[in-house]
Ligand binder design. Structure first.
Ligand code: PLP
Length: 429
């Protein structure tokens, strides 16, 4: 496949936009080469600026669980747009989406809409701090909660030392309030809570992680975390920006049978429009302005176009919960097919999967946390990524990202993808 026009468009974009993109992973830095510029998409397929048709495994990084340009969503947005695009005043549709979300998700009474997953997680942490009157948070290395300062932190050298900024522009003052634990290692959290007793407002986690590849929590890890948080008076925040309305109606809380104190959403809840949300029981949510003292706001929050896309999406998922099983079955089928090819050809690999999230890692060792994920062979990954792209398969352009299947994918698309791997596998040896 030829990507000539994409390369030209990228060169032009770089003149006016830092790195040519509005979000770094789009630039292909992890895999090299020029990014593909998309022109349109429908169902499971992307159509790029060079006229190539690609099978899409990222679905806009998760939101488009029913496929691109899904008719009921498009219709809802067009109809809404005709009546005005933003008012900065309350609208009935905000309550309709809130009500539906609250009925689908366990253990939440109220929800506040924002414009991105970053905003949702940032606001959830502020709410947790305001509610508990404590300053510190624990996050897990390799979990991503958006680009707010408190989350751009790397580990210090032990439980007693503070984290340090991992981006210029994040202050030491902010970093000292974020403590780093190891995913799937409850002991690492216990050490931090012991060393920082009475000062921790919240533990925030991707209950099934998707930002160091797909990492599945080991038996008892999330339940243990829940017990520890309850014991220590710490709020447990599930960042369900990826997992919410993807793993099932009730997201990871339902899939794992564990309740969080605050849950954050993004991606699917906006049906492809810029939406995030955070939710909790009434006694916590009532601390938010204007009911309570914790400030949080947004000019475009609850935007009518975004709400109409979200409402159309959740209405479909509510009416047809078989989607979640259908997606999980398709993901399992792809997993099995790819695994067979890699095993037959002696390529060291791990495939992690949970529901419709999945990732392929080129390593012998189980991938259970950030460290083990980082051991994957990136040269092999690059060859794999570009090989598949040449075959018309669009995978996440980084080994640290999860695939997001969408239900428009057919079994013949999956077979085509497995065959594509067969064609390129020799190049991975
Ligand atoms: N939380 C998780 C788990 C995410 O995967 C992401 C983005 O990928 C975010 C938060 C941030 O969301 P956004 O990119 O909408 O700000």
């Amino acid at each position: 496949m030829i990507y000539k026009r994409s390369s030209a468009l990228f060169a032009e974009a770089k003149k006016y936009i830092p790195g040519g993109v509005n979000s770094p992973v789009r630039a292909f830095n992890a895999v090299g080469g020029d990014p593909v510029f998309v022109k349109s998409a429908k169902g499971a397929y992307l159509y790029d600026e060079d006229g190539n048709k690609l099978i899409d495994y990222i679905a806009s990084w998760g939101p488009l669980i029913l496929g691109h340009a899904y008719e009921p969503i498009i219709e809802a947005v067009i109809e809404k747009a005709r009546k005005g695009t933003s008012f900065g005043m309350p609208t009935e549709i905000e309550t309709a989406l809130a009500k539906l979300a609250v009925t689908m998700v366990p253990n939440i009474d109220k929800i506040r809409f924002v414009n991105s997953g970053t905003e949702a997680c940032m606001s959830a942490v502020r709410l947790a701090r305001g509610y508990t009157g404590k300053d510190k948070i624990i996050k897990f290395a390799g979990c991503y909660h958006g680009h707010s300062d408190s989350f751009l932190i790397q580990a210090g050298s032990g439980a007693m030392t503070f984290g340090s900024p991992n981006s210029p522009g994040v202050t030491q003052g902010t970093a000292k309030d974020t403590l780093l634990a190891t995913y799937n290692d409850l002991e690492s959290v216990k050490e931090l809570t012991k060393a920082n007793k009475g000062t921790i407002a919240a533990v925030i986690i991707e209950p099934i992680a998707g930002n160091m590849g797909c990492i599945v929590p080991s038996d008892g890890f999330i339940k243990g975390l829940r017990e520890l948080c309850t014991q220590e008076g710490i709020l447990l925040i599930f960042d369900e920006v990826m997992t919410g309305f993807r793993l099932g109606k009730g997201g990871a809380q339902e899939a794992l049978g564990v309740n969080a104190d605050i849950v954050t959403f993004g991606k699917v809840i906006g049906g492809g429009m810029p939406v995030g949300a955070f939710a909790a029981k009434e006694k916590i949510m009532n601390h938010l302005a204007p009911d309570g003292p914790v400030y949080q706001a947004g000019t475009l929050s609850g935007n009518p176009l975004a709400m109409s896309a979200g409402l159309a999406m959740l209405t479909e998922l509510e009416a047809n919960p078989n989607v979640f099983k259908s997606l999980a079955d398709k993901t399992a089928y792809l997993h099995k097919g790819m695994e067979e090819v890699l095993v037959k050809n002696g390529i060291p690999h791990q495939i992690n999967r949970f529901g419709s999230m999945m990732s392929v890692h080129f390593t012998d060792e189980p991938v259970v946390d950030f460290k083990s994920s980082a051991k994957g062979n990136n040269d092999t990954f690059k060859k794999y990524f570009h090989g598949m792209l040449q075959q018309g398969i669009y995978l996440p352009p980084s080994a640290f990202e999860s695939y997001f299947l969408n239900d428009a994918l057919s079994y013949s698309d999956l077979d085509f993808t497995i065959k594509a791997l067969e064609k390129i596998v020799d190049g991975l040896k």
